[in-house]
Design a protein around this ligand. Structure first.
Ligand code: NDP
Ligand code: GDR
Length: 344
């Protein structure tokens, strides 16, 4: 019998890579999507098979993190072997504007799922998408033993979810784990996170479509990894004999400034000519330095990420150039800059 997985947040960056991974392993995959006025499944459209097809193994269901009854009903009906809880309001800057909504979804959403598992008495494995943002101002390198000191409503909501997961594991014996993941990126990263914002802008500036890029703090240091490698780590966490919590990170820190240099360098441009400061992108409290220590995951899970920020910057710029090219019918090569441009 194929294993059955339920993914919340399947339309997001990680959800789409995780769905691919699990389908590749022979799972039947169910994903919860939100009802919106426009269809929002572009990251998983390539995985879609008509559900009437007997070969179909990916199924989507409408649901919201604030609708306990619906979540419990889906879990009871689907009886998943594994639940990957990835859905959240995941933008740190936005969480300062919408603290209550962020707490409601990112924090309480987790306890709604855990409580449904407990009340149904379902024997399943639960993954909570915890975050390095919970470490906040604790100095690097941060690992599973680092004190939590979140610096945003997003961080505090994730901390609530993290402790709820541990508590349900200890109180009720549920196989529930926290993956404490440091930043991970990809060509599918949301367009308003800093790496993707930069690589999209690089592609557009190289094409002559934009002339500047507005950013906040370029001094922050992050440990940027590659999302497909991180979803593999999530899966491994649920295959262990005993539930436990793990940090996933590359162990390498780069500043936003470094990432800018690497991304603009890919198209032979100097970032300082194009980047402007806008204080609207500052946060009331910033997390200055995030560099993770994933030695526990390396030892227990055999997890070994290969892609570091320089390669990530290159592959994301290349992917954004391809997206732009596919959107435009005619392109002129620019051998002088080894990039391309759109006729104006
Ligand atoms: P995304 O922002 O790309 O995806 C978030 C997903 O959650 C989307 O599918 C979104 O649906 C869904 N969602 C948001 N709100 C609700 C809601 N109220 N009800 C139902 N679904 C909802 O995040 P990532 O894929 O980057 O991250 C996955 C998880 O991992 C998140 O919980 C994030 O906080 C956490 N995380 C991410 C890290 C990273 O670097 N990427 C690092 C550490 C933790 P829709 O498509 O409709 O918006
Ligand atoms: P982060 O990612 O807050 O670490 O959270 P983000 O890419 O938003 O910011 C990284 C750093 O870049 C600085 N920055 C900007 N950020 C954005 N988004 N836009 C800007 O214009 C800009 N200018 C500078 C930020 O101040 C910050 O220091 C991500 C999310 O995926 C979370 O869900 C996840 O939990 C953590 O990573 C780990």
């Amino acid at each position: 019998m194929a294993k059955r997985a339920l993914i919340t947040g399947i339309t997001g960056q990680d959800g789409s890579y995780l769905a691919e991974l699990l389908l590749g392993k022979g799972y039947e995959v169910h994903g919860i999507i939100r009802r919106a006025s426009t269809f929002n499944t572009r990251r998983i459209d390539h995985l879609y098979v008509d559900p009437h097809d007997p070969q179909a193994r990916l199924f989507t269901h409408y649901g919201e993190l604030n609708d306990s009854a619906r979540l419990a009903n889906l879990i009871e009906r689907l009886q998943p072997d594994e639940i990957y809880h990835l859905a959240a309001q995941s933008h740190v800057r936005v969480s300062f504007d919408e603290p209550e909504y962020t707490s409601e979804t990112t924090g309480l959403g987790t306890i709604r799922l855990l409580e449904a598992i407990r009340q149904i008495g379902l024997d399943c494995r639960f993954y909570q998408a915890s975050s390095s943002e919970m470490f906040g101002s604790s100095p690097p390198p941060q690992n599973e033993l680092t004190p939590l000191h979140p610096r945003s409503p997003y961080g505090t909501a994730k901390m609530f979810a993290y402790w709820s997961t541990r508590n349900y594991r200890e109180a009720y014996g549920i196989y529930a784990v926290n993956g404490i993941l440091f930043n991970h990126e990809s060509p599918r990263r949301g367009e308003t996170f800093v790496t993707r914002k930069i690589t999209r802008a690089v592609a557009r500036i190289a094409a002559g479509l934009d002339e500047q890029l507005w950013l906040g703090s370029v001094d922050s240091i992050r440990d940027w990894g590659y999302a497909p490698e991180y979803v593999e780590g999530m899966w491994r966490m649920l295959q262990q004999d005993e539930p436990d919590d793990y940090v996933l990170a590359t162990g390498c820190g780069y500043s936003v400034r470094d990432f800018l240099a690497m991304a603009f360098d890919r198209v032979g441009l100097d970032w300082e000519r194009y980047v402007r400061f806008d204080d609207r992108y500052l946060r009331p409290t910033e997390v200055d330095v995030m560099i993770g220590d994933a030695s526990k995951a390396a030892a227990a899970l055999g997890w070994d990420p290969k892609v570091r920020a320089p390669e990530l910057a290159r592959l994301m710029v290349d992917a954004d150039i391809e997206v732009l090219k596919s959107e435009s019918p005619v392109w002129i090569d620019r051998p002088d800059r080894a990039v391309w441009s759109q006729p104006r």
